[in-house]
Design a protein around this ligand. Structure first.
Ligand code: AVJ
Length: 320
């Protein structure tokens, strides 16, 4: 049975390094250069993202934390106690405890592709919650994952905070929501954070801060390519751009060449003309209706939606 199941599974994951190389080379070979946003998060990139969350212009983290802390009673009522929390992405030290404190879960299952991030966040939580069973799963959460079988008798709550869903275009987001439903199973709930559509200036400033941290975060992708893939990209010739795409309701980040440049990556040669960009991130924004439509399409029925006082951000509980 196990052997037969293995035969029909897709080829095992290539190593992360090989995936990075493939995504960068493919992305730089397209007529419109683009690299998936997941590759921002090397060690330095994760540090820079932490810094971003504390910037005055970057409202999403503060807004989400304020919802989770101020709506604890309502969250507990909507979710109930004793569920198994399955967090997609290794938990953040600030958000996960807010959830655990209000719903007293039966166990905590962080799913993350990076064993390092997993170990780190498990260690922090184990210290804080010595009686909470923690079952880390090292896996790509965009594929169906197996929840440890000893937890099967509990219903589950998927936890997907931070507006991470915003990095996906709606097609991929619906795919991911359906995969989460398959991972979580019958009777499950999903607690998801989504960033709201708002004034263009507020959005652009959140992704183009005056301290230049987001610019460094964006350029760090090129630094990583140079280091890990033998790249020769002239970092100082790349300018950070944050653009509001009104039609698609998303912030786009790009690295724009300020002059004609040529470089190598992994032995291959690429050129950029002045003004040409590498598209490095999409951050889709939703209003309550478009959020609900996305969730329905992904197999989830919204039950409750909460926003912060400024209506910057939404936290939604949906049921399978
Ligand atoms: C982690 C994807 C939610 O889109 O706001 C922050 C990443 N990029 N500043 C976002 C990010 C630039 C962030 N997410």
């Amino acid at each position: 049975m196990a052997a037969a199941a293995m035969l029909i599974e897709p080829a095992p994951d290539k190593t992360l390094d090989a995936q990075f190389r493939r995504d960068v080379l493919t992305g730089l070979s397209q007529p419109r250069k683009a690299i998936p946003a997941r590759w921002f998060y090397d060690h330095r990139g994760s540090e820079l993202f932490e810094e971003i969350t504390a910037l005055p212009e970057y409202y999403p983290t503060r807004a989400e934390v304020s919802i989770l802390s101020q709506r604890c009673d309502e969250l507990a009522e909507a979710i109930g106690r004793g569920r198994v929390v399955v967090e997609f992405g290794a938990g953040s030290a600030t958000k996960t405890p807010l959830l655990i404190d209000c719903i007293a879960p039966a166990a905590y299952v962080p799913v993350d592709i990076s064993g390092d991030f997993l170990r780190e966040s498990c260690a922090v939580l184990a210290e804080r919650y010595p009686n909470l069973p923690i079952h880390p799963v090292e896996a790509d959460f965009s594929r169906p994952a197996n929840i440890p079988s000893e937890l099967k008798q509990h219903s589950r709550l998927g936890f997907f905070p931070g507006s991470t869903i915003g990095n996906m275009d709606p097609f991929a987001a619906v795919d991911l929501l359906r995969t989460m439903r398959a991972t979580l199973g019958e009777d499950s709930l999903l607690l998801i954070g989504m960033d709201r559509i708002k004034a263009r200036d507020t959005l652009v400033c959140a992704y183009d801060d005056t301290a230049g941290v987001t610019a460094e975060f964006n350029r760090n992708l090129a630094v990583r390519i140079n280091r890990e893939l033998d790249g020769t990209i002239a970092i100082e010739a790349l300018r950070h751009r944050a653009i509001w795409n009104e039609q698609r309701a998303r912030i786009e980040m790009h690295l724009e060449a300020t002059r004609d440049i040529a470089f190598e990556v992994a032995g291959r040669r690429f050129t950029m003309q002045a003004g040409e960009t590498i598209h490095t991130e999409n951050s889709h924004k939703y209003d309550p209706r478009s959020a609900a439509t996305l969730l329905y399409a992904g197999g989830w029925e919204p039950q409750c939606t909460w926003s912060d006082g400024d209506e910057n951000f939404m936290v939604i509980v949906a049921r399978a």
